[in-house]
Design a binder for this molecule. Structure first.
Ligand SMILES: C[S@@+](CC[C@H](N)C(=O)[O-])C[C@H]1O[C@@H](n2cnc3c(N)ncnc32)[C@H](O)[C@@H]1O
Length: 204
């Protein structure tokens, strides 16, 4: 669990510059591709609370886990976010396990707003522009549809000028596809145990 959190902090919070933005007090819009176990959401919410800075977090997910499955991961406890975790899991309990396609909103106080776009990310239509994108789909081999030039172009079109996309993948094919999508791509040191990762910036 510690390794997963350390990796998520490095690749997403730090390298996407979300951590810097929040510590400077800038309200931040984040788009996540693949909400999964909610680790990145809880970790980013924790940082928002620590810095008293608001986040508007939009996440794309085709298969949202149920409350028990999310609770079992214990990520909220590991982050010492017992009450946020509790509110979030209870919120999830209102809906059926098999949450159909749609837009679902969770709000926690004035700092945290989550919009879950449940359904295929290829068809999702997030509104507005984002300061950061967490590209956390499964690997390009396992989840090729979320690493195509077309999909990355769609993400690039959702980035605010100067916005930053980060991903754990350092594959040459991903680097080339991000460039083809019109972004400036930079190789960065990966988290412990991983030599490299990528960030991609939309020119201001
Ligand atoms: C690596 S996991 C994400 C982990 C997550 N970011 C976290 O913090 O726990 C990848 C996620 O992408 C989702 N996914 C895969 N293909 C998708 C698609 N076409 N549309 C939407 N979500 C997809 C999977 O269901 C899975 O939950």
């Amino acid at each position: 669990m510690h390794g997963a959190l350390q990796e998520a902090r490095h690749v997403f919070l730090q390298e996407s510059l979300v951590k810097d933005r929040l510590s400077e007090g800038h309200r931040t819009r984040i788009l996540e591709v693949g909400f999964g176990l909610a680790l990145n959401f809880l970790m980013t919410s924790h940082e928002a609370k620590n810095t008293s800075t608001a986040i508007d977090y939009v996440a794309l997910e085709c298969n949202l886990l149920n409350a028990d499955q999310l609770r079992k991961m214990q990520y909220a406890n590991f982050l010492n976010e017992y009450s946020l975790g509790d509110r979030f899991y209870r919120w999830r309990e209102q809906f059926p396990d098999d949450m159909g396609p749609g837009v679902y909103e969770f709000q926690d106080g004035t700092l945290i707003k989550l919009t879950l776009l449940v359904g295929d990310a290829l068809r999702a239509e997030p509104e507005g522009y984002f300061d950061a994108i967490y590209l956390d789909a499964f690997s390009p081999d396992a989840n090729p549809e979320l690493w195509t030039v077309d999909f990355l172009k769609k993400l690039a079109g959702l980035m605010a000028p100067g916005g930053c996309l980060s991903t754990y993948s350092a594959k040459g094919a991903v680097r080339r596809a991000l460039k083809e999508a019109g972004l400036d791509v930079i190789k960065r040191p990966g988290p412990p145990g991983k030599r490299e990762m990528l960030v991609a910036i939309r020119r201001a």
